[in-house]
Design a protein around this ligand. Structure first.
Ligand code: G3H
Length: 540
């Protein structure tokens, strides 16, 4: 029995009181040089993925409010503010002691915690993420910030010493890179943006942050905390169409680090805009098409359970989602049967509903893409396995299991980033391996099986294709202490709590010959606290 999709949308009075927004949010503030300026130019309306049903069963999107649609001149003003605050590394922030920066960040964490309810509610309304997952995203971000602060203390304490090698005394510490442009994605607008923003700031860089196209208003409740917790110009926040302002900012040559979670096509284009590309460090989280390989002896219930959450958590809108299931032909019929039962059990509804799994997509352009990709597969011989799979009403899309998917179909290679589950059979494990080898993506893979010989033999070639091989579990980013990286078109640089601190910094050292006068000089610098860099203090 499949759920009817139209009644899943609420009438206006059916939205529970506690989850309603108190009114439209028309954000006009932007943060530049330590000031919240008021924007008086054109603005962009914000529509929720949640649509409202009227008495005649018509649907229309909920208007959440609007935000500034800034231009190149104003984005450059923000960039110049970040450049001025960095001041070629002589600014207050890049020269502040690590302990001082940590104190500012701790103040920010407290201020942010006080905004949890507002931010979570906006996350839910702006991107249609379930309330449970929206809360998880917020809490996980706070945990990430706290852990990053601790990791910085550990790193810095480890560097609070001199090393003497072959008559040279050295002290090595990590120092900032300059101005960072921070661009996050809509699926994790808070978490993924902060996963680059926080380490970038802690390492002493200054930042221009542009929130993603969806998940924008949720930065509003944090603007004052950004202004109050950091020195002027350290964090600058603009609202602008990325395609208009970002290339121009890069072309100015004033950006030292591009931190982008987005597509490889955009990243390639942006990197080329910088006049001296060797000066630009790129930290990129990009496209992915993670596959699950289900071997003949896999525990099928476990594999199905992991594949369902792997493929459909947040409607499949995760870079780490399982986007292709490659199943041994001898078990594919049983696998599809169990997968169908599991998918049909998922609750479809509005993000505030308890236990909801499938929620509205950001807009008709996304449901249109799902429909096109599904039609393309069906035109080439695949079928929808689950009853009603692919049905669309408004922004709700019923997940579709598509089988058999083969080369030449969009779903074979394109990153669907939505509730479509392509399944293809294999006879020889080399075919499954070859799918991963010939892919342009190289983030992660899942392998389901119980034979140590076969699983072991698959792991070895796979670790040279992707950056994480998950055995009998879905692909995922966390826990955040583990490296999160990708090969080929999937990433540049590695993120994790400690790797991100490295990514946004460079090692610098102070060195001298180990003569008595030089030793005395270093001691005097340390004892007199004359340098933030040359010191042996511990941050507790
Ligand atoms: O969209 C990419 C996210 O970083 C994935 O994180 O695997 O924890 O959902 P997750």
């Amino acid at each position: 029995m499949t759920t009817q999709l139209l009644p899943c949308f609420p009438t206006a009075d059916a939205i529970p009181e506690e989850h309603r927004l108190s009114g439209e949010i028309n954000e006009r503030r932007w943060l530049v040089g330590g000031q919240l300026e008021i924007w008086e130019g054109p603005c962009r309306a914000v529509h929720s993925p949640v649509w409202i049903r009227d008495a005649a069963d018509g649907l229309k999107p909920v208007v959440l409010g609007s935000y500034p649609e800034m231009d190149e001149a104003h984005s450059e003003e923000a960039l110049d503010a970040a450049v001025a605050a960095y001041a070629n590394g002589t600014g207050v922030w890049p020269t502040m002691s690590v302990a001082g920066r940590i104190q500012c960040m701790q103040r920010f964490v407290s201020a942010m915690q006080a905004k949890r309810t507002e931010v979570v509610k906006l996350l839910m309304w702006e991107i249609g993420k379930s309330i449970a997952d929206s809360r998880k995203e917020f809490d996980r971000t706070i945990e990430y910030m706290v852990a990053t602060i601790q990791a910085l203390k550990d790193t810095d304490n480890g560097n609070s010493r001199f090393t003497i090698v072959e008559g040279t005394i050295g002290q090595v510490r990590r120092t900032p890179l300059g101005v960072v442009l921070c661009l996050g994605p809509y699926n994790y607008p808070l978490n993924e943006t902060f996963c680059t923003l926080i380490p970038a700031l802690l390492m002493g860089n200054t930042v221009v942050l542009k929130p993603p196209q969806y998940g924008t208003l949720l930065f509003g409740p944090l603007l004052e905390a950004f202004r109050d917790c950091f020195p002027a110009g350290v964090v600058n926040i603009i609202y602008a169409p990325g395609e208009v302002v970002v290339p121009r900012m890069l072309a100015s040559g004033k950006i030292n680090v591009l931190a982008l979670i987005g597509s490889s096509r955009v990243a390639d284009h942006l990197k080329k805009q910088h006049p001296k590309s060797h000066r630009l460090r790129a930290i990129l989280g990009l496209d992915a098409k993670n596959a699950a390989i289900v071997l003949p002896d896999a525990d099928l219930d476990l594999a199905v359970q992991e594949c369902v959450t792997g493929a459909l958590s947040f409607n499949g809108q995760r870079c780490t989602a399982l986007k292709m299931l490659i199943v041994h032909r001898s078990i594919v019929a049983e696998f599809l049967l169990r997968l169908t039962i599991a998918v049909e059990r998922l609750k479809i509804g509005m993000p505030w509903e308890a236990g909801v799994h499938i929620t509205p997509l950001p807009g008709p352009h996304r449901t249109r893409y799902m429909t096109e990709a599904l039609k393309d597969a069906c035109d080439q011989g695949a079928r929808v396995v689950n009853a009603g799979g692919g049905e669309v009403v408004g922004t709700l899309y019923r997940p579709a299991i598509v089988y058999p998917v083969s080369e030449g179909m969009k779903l074979y290679r394109e990153e669907q980033f939505g509730p479509l589950i392509p399944v293809m059979p294999f006879d020889d494990v080399e075919e499954a391996l070859n799918y991963v080898i010939t892919s342009d993506h190289g983030q992660q893979v899942s392998v389901f099986g119980t034979d140590p010989v076969q699983v072991g033999a698959l792991v070895d070639p796979l670790v040279n294709q992707v950056c994480r091989v998950n055995i009998n579990c879905q692909c995922q980013r966390g826990p955040d202490v583990f490296p999160f990286a990708g090969r080929k078109d999937s990433a540049e640089g590695t993120l994790s709590i400690s790797d991100a601190l490295r990514a946004f910094s460079i090692r610098s050292m102070v060195a001298t010959r180990a003569s008595e006068p030089n030793k005395a000089l270093l001691n005097a610098i340390v004892e007199g606290h004359h340098s933030a860099f040359v010191n042996t203090g511990f941050i507790l």
